[in-house]
Design a protein around this ligand. Structure first.
Ligand code: UDP
Length: 469
């Protein structure tokens, strides 16, 4: 009797950044549960951090078809990477592309899922003849803005600069005309230059994405439906399977598997903050974190600190060691002065923090993972976007979903104090209600027959059907 062929092996290639690595690991595990084999390809730099700080290796032991594999990004070990990611992209285009091609040509890979932000995997997969699905770990809203960059330029809405009137409404992004202002476009749009390297980088999205076998998005239909229906006019085969972090938990729970301790962190987590949270009253704490890339100046840090302390609210604040420009570490006065109502850590187990009953609000940089994690846990937000998609996401939080405030382009202690009070006290019930409703629709999307759950099933079937042997 002939042996059954092994399942298709999918190569998953995330952008070398915390957010994408985190959500793509969740996708990997979902695909393993769906009966596929997965090779998770990361740069040497990410590979070293994952092996050091995360529990990826032990967690994937129950999936023998999973492999973690590293590839060079062509940069020296001491390159800062993090906030210089355009340099990382450039280097990968030159150095990683040929290595990636060799890898695909060496056989064994049936299908590729690559972050569309990398660009070159699509060309290579087409050349080698392997189906490729693009995955994006930003919001559909931001990707849709990228899709519309050519029209924004044609209509003359781009370029503009930060000195122009940023409250002018933007008309060339259908589905978002009601609320999108210049200031809500990705920050690079303010460069005043249509030849800006970022505009160049993202201008081809509307032609590149439809070339792929399909587009996988970490979102759910009910969250971004007006935008998704516009996008499908350009790129018909879209799989919305988010929020990925919760989707995985839901699938594990449905199969009766006990929930493992997830950690995909590239920094060491300080779990003491969970103990601190245990001692705080329900929904009383504002969680403050600006993600893995954003940096602040010392002045901005002090504005936030005064704003937080003056608001009289409790807060749990993540200040990454490398996040304060020009400072080696968190200023001492800030640590001392926060003791009464605050807790400051280097890096937190964020999903657990947001799920903790003591947390009642999230002051966030509006990274897409953070936004989805907050939406899923029903935690209202104050947004202080740093760059790129965050500028778009924060507008949706305030205007489209009514889940909090968008504080972009201001960093003033009195505004911070007032906004924190508004979220945590004055309009608390309203935001808690809206957030609970949205969290409920996120949960429904992951349940049996829900939108994200059905899209994931379709994705797994399509991978199996289209894989090359
Ligand atoms: N995160 C975390 N601990 C922290 C801060 C962030 O685990 O102290 C995680 C967070 O849960 C999210 C990711 O890091 O999954 C950040 O991704 P996001 O897209 O929000 O922002 P980025 O870091 O890419 O700017």
């Amino acid at each position: 009797m002939a042996l059954a062929p092994p399942p298709p092996r999918v190569l998953i290639f995330p952008l070398p950044l915390q957010g994408p690595v985190n959500s793509m690991l969740k996708l990997s595990e979902l695909l393993c549960l769906g009966g596929l084999h997965v090779t998770f390809l990361v740069t040497d730099h990410i590979d070293a951090r994952l092996r050091r700080y995360s529990n990826v290796q032990s967690r994937f032991r129950s999936h023998p078809g999973f492999r973690l594999q590293a590839i060079s990004d062509g940069l020296p070990e001491n390159h800062p990477r993090g906030d210089k990611f355009l340099e990382v992209f450039e280097s990968m285009k030159v150095h990683t592309k040929p290595l990636f091609k060799e890898l695909l040509q060496s056989g064994g890979i049936s299908c590729v899922i690559a972050d569309g932000g990398l660009g070159f995997p699509l060309d290579v997969a087409e050349e080698v003849g392997i189906p490729l699905f693009i995955v994006r770990t930003i919001s559909a809203a931001c990707l849709w803005v990228f899709f519309r960059l050519p029209q924004l330029i044609q209509s003359g809405e781009l370029p503009f600069t930060g000195d122009d009137d940023l409250d002018v409404m933007v008309k060339s992004v259908p589905g978002m005309e009601r609320y999108l202002r210049r200031r809500d476009l990705p920050s690079f749009c303010r460069s005043g230059n249509v030849a800006d390297p970022n505009i160049e980088l993202y201008k081809c999205e509307s032609t590149n994405n439809p070339r792929a076998t399909g587009l996988i998005l970490n979102t759910f239909e009910e969250l971004e439906s007006p935008i998704l229906s516009q996008m499908r006019g350009v790129c018909p085969n879209i799989y919305t399977i988010g929020p990925l972090h919760a989707h995985l938990k839901a699938k594990l729970a449905a199969t009766g598997t006990s929930l493992p301790d997830f950690s995909n962190s590239l920094w060491e987590e300080d779990r003491f903050c969970l103990v601190w949270l245990d001692d705080q009253p329900p929904k009383s704490v504002l969680y403050v974190s600006f993600g893995s890339l954003a940096t602040v100046t010392k002045d901005q840090l002090m504005e936030f600190w005064h704003g937080l302390v003056n608001s009289g609210q409790r807060f749990l604040w993540v200040i990454r060691q490398d996040s304060v420009a020009g400072e080696g570490q968190v200023p001492m006065e800030l640590l001392q002065g926060s003791k009464e109502r605050g807790c400051i850590v280097n890096w937190a187990p964020q999903e657990e923090v947001l799920a903790h009953p003591a947390v009642g609000g999230f002051l966030t940089h509006s990274g897409w993972n953070s936004t989805l994690e907050s939406v899923y846990e029903g935690v209202p937000m104050i947004c202080w976007p740093y760059f790129l998609d965050q500028q778009v996401n924060s507008r949706l939080v305030e205007e489209e979903w009514k889940l909090g405030f968008d504080m972009k382009d201001t960093c003033d202690r009195s505004v911070i104090e007032k906004t924190v009070r508004n979220l945590m006290e004055v309009r608390k019930d309203e935001f808690q209600r809206n957030a609970a409703q949205m969290a409920c629709s996120a949960k429904t999307s992951l349940g049996e027959g829900g939108s994200s759950s059905s899209h994931l099933e379709r994705l797994i079937q399509d991978i199996k059907a289209k894989s090359v042997v």
